[in-house]
Design a binder for this molecule. Structure first.
Ligand SMILES: *Cc1c(COP(=O)(O)O)cnc(C)c1O
Length: 383
């Protein structure tokens, strides 16, 4: 079986990307400098709006975006129970209280009406998550935020490429946060960015990502020495030039990858359509563009998810779980006293979901292998 292993993920770095990173490594200065600036301009151009600041992670971006709007102790921030734990953790890092909300059973996205019910006098912000690559209803969230005077910060870790109702990530929100972690749509191993509304915002993020220091590292050391000052509280969240060099040309290729992933998802849905009891997350609507970051299926109720994970992996098929609901994780149970039934839909999805390989380099043949392995595991009763 080992010879037909299907990896869970393979990145798209090519020789040109590695060459560009090598150029940086042969230069004098490895950290935040001209390549980061070039990447920021290029991502903003790709998105078609806003100002981009390169950071060390999406979690850092979420943390800083909350701080930018003065959100901290005593404030509540609404987000979804079906996301990666970092979304809720960033709220806690800012000193605020995460208020989890259950999700739509069809799309697994945070719904407007559910978010609205969770609004209290303490609510300061909502973080919708563009889960699996499908955008949340940003027009709706922004209208809701205007009615209640709230900040909208988009967790766009899964979605750089998407579009819904003519809106792109970061276009309507106060800020949108991207991840370039190892398995994300474009990657440099670890990295992130925020897209914000104004040059003034961007200048704040540039200072906040670097200890709150007035001058950036490159200008302090590559020119003649000048005194710098720490003007505000800051963090160590800067992206470096090696990371930026790896990302710059991936932006040119990202739409091609997205198209391939869309085709793969279509093939998966066809090949798995006849599996009894298997449920799917709703596909994007007509006219909507998903980034197709993850493809997850909901296993038949009588099927053991852990059994399936084991069975697929023993057949050489990489798989994962995105995600067990946030409120079922130990820290959140212990800290907030959550019980599984508090958010029944997120809990049910979190118990049944399994993520199958989805990346541009995946071949149709590999998709068939994955589907055969999954069907075989159900049919031979091993799960
Ligand atoms: C990956 C991910 C994050 C965190 O991204 P990092 O760059 O690893 O900090 C946040 N939210 C979601 C939904 C993610 O998938």
């Amino acid at each position: 079986m080992a010879d037909q292993k299907v990896e869970f993920f393979r990145h798209n770095l090519n020789d040109d990307d590695i060459e560009l990173a090598t150029e940086v490594m042969r230069s004098v200065f490895l950290t935040t400098g001209p390549k980061v600036a070039e990447f920021e301009r290029k991502l903003a151009t790709y998105l078609g709006h806003g100002h981009v600041v390169g950071l060390s992670s999406c979690t850092a971006a979420l943390h800083l975006a909350l701080l930018r709007y003065g959100i901290g102790p005593g404030d509540e921030v609404i987000t979804t129970a079906m996301t990666f734990c970092a979304t809720a953790a960033a709220i806690i890092q800012a000193g605020a209280t995460p208020v989890l909300v259950d999700v739509c059973p069809q799309s697994a996205l945070l719904r407007l009406e559910d978010a609205e019910k969770a609004i209290t006098a303490k609510t300061k912000a909502i973080i919708p998550v563009h889960l699996y690559g499908r955008m949340a209803d940003m027009r709706g969230f922004v209208a809701l935020a205007e009615r209640h005077n709230l900040v909208i910060i988009e967790d766009a870790a899964h979605c750089i490429e998407g579009q819904r109702d003519g809106v792109r990530p970061g276009q309507l929100g106060h800020a949108a946060c991207f991840s370039f972690y190892a398995t994300k749509n474009i990657t440099c191993g670890e990295g992130g960015a925020v897209v914000c509304r104004s040059e003034e915002d961007a200048a704040w993020y540039r200072s906040a990502r670097h200890h709150g220091i007035s001058k950036n590292a490159a200008s302090r050391y590559t020119g003649t020495y000048q005194h710098w000052d720490m003007e505000m509280m800051g963090w160590k969240y800067n992206m470096d030039d090696i990371q930026a060099a790896l990302l710059i040309n991936q932006i040119d290729r990202i739409d091609g990858y997205r198209q391939r992933k869309q085709d793969i998802e279509t093939l998966y849905r066809e090949l798995l359509a006849d599996v009894e009891g298997l449920d799917f997350i709703q596909p994007p609507a007509q006219g909507e563009t998903s980034a197709h970051h993850l493809f997850t299926v909901l296993l038949p109720i009588d099927c053991s998810r852990d059994g399936m994970l084991q069975s697929l992996q023993s057949q050489g098929v990489g798989c994962a779980v995105n995600y067990r609901a946030v409120h079922t994780l130990k820290y959140f149970r212990d800290t907030f006293g959550y019980r599984p039934e508090d958010f029944p839909t997120a809990y049910a999805i979190g118990c049944r979901t399994i993520t199958l390989p989805l990346y541009a380099k995946l071949t149709d043949r590999e998709v068939h292998t994955v589907c055969d392995s999954l069907k075989g595991s159900i049919q031979n009763g091993s799960v």
